[in-house]
Design a protein around this ligand. Sequence first.
Ligand code: NI
Length: 376
Amino acid sequence: MTAWRRDLHAHPETAYEEFRTADKVAAILQELGLEVTRGLGGTGLVATLNGALGEGDAIALRADMDALHLQELNSFAHRSQLDGKMHACGHDGHTAILLGAATALAANPEFAGKVHFIFQPAEENEAGARAMIEDGLFERFPVKAVFGLHNWPGLPAGEVAVHEGPVMAAFDTFDIRIRGEGCHGGMPHLGSDPVQAAGQLICALQSIVSRNLDPQKAGVVSVTQIEGGHTYNVLPEEVVLRGTTRSFCPEVRDQIEQRMRQLAESICAGLGCHAELCYSRRYPATINSEAEARQCLATLQELPGVGKVHLNPPASMGGEDFAFMLEQHPGCYIWLGGGSDEHCHGLHSPHYDFNDSTLPLGANYWIGLVHRLLGR
Ligand code: NI
């Protein structure tokens, strides 16, 4: 698994361009004698293993294969060989873990039913899970439940976390275009200033979480980009704000969008400008089903080599497109501790590297889960 993982790390591929990665994954799975279906959602693939104990339920285990647009700053031998691309979220590790589990299960398929191993493209930003679903993933491979995992730096290696409900937030993006009337910077009374409207709006947007949302319910509104103006003495015609919002409850998500629209339109109108909000719903919240979360919990509690099992720690405001699979089927997405010492860098850091010491635990978890759910 370490050799696979490091090879993938050295050859990162981003959304829907996971050609080499998919070739490698398919070759390993075919070698094991699994039935491999390629080209789902572009570069996605599914490998099916039939249990030796006859008919039974089908479950899916999912790994993501894509890398990030990021320049790696590590210098070890397996660092990225491509400028500007990097496995900084550990999807190289998730892929190696699932290949390891498939290898072990193929050698000893002591279960009834089927396991579908899903290797998806484009988890980062581009909704590869949804692309596979739209391509007929679950019609072609019907399953009773779906399972995913993510490495989690900050959680000590050997420890794991299971949530019996929300685990990752819904992730949306927005663009607010504020149009004014450009004029001389020394004679602002001759136009309407979109820069000052943008400034007031940015502050007002922070009132949504602090003044509108139920304080018991989580939400985030972050303006992450401001674009407008070119020089010192001209007030521009237009300013564009961009950013992201996060939430767990659908009502909170609706409320954030609605309040953003009201604030943008009314504040900008009051200042003589015109605002247009383009709000884009990207990923739903990742919400585990309770029964499946309990099965994962029980598997982990019985697994040798597992340290502390954290039940229902605070959910993350990060997004995850496994959410689309959990909208279709019950299932559970767990966090696998990635390490908490000073050598351990966070997800999406240019210094990040997947912690290879956690590969066996990840694979053993998948194997244990299959035996728990489909074994006799
Ligand atoms: Ni990730």
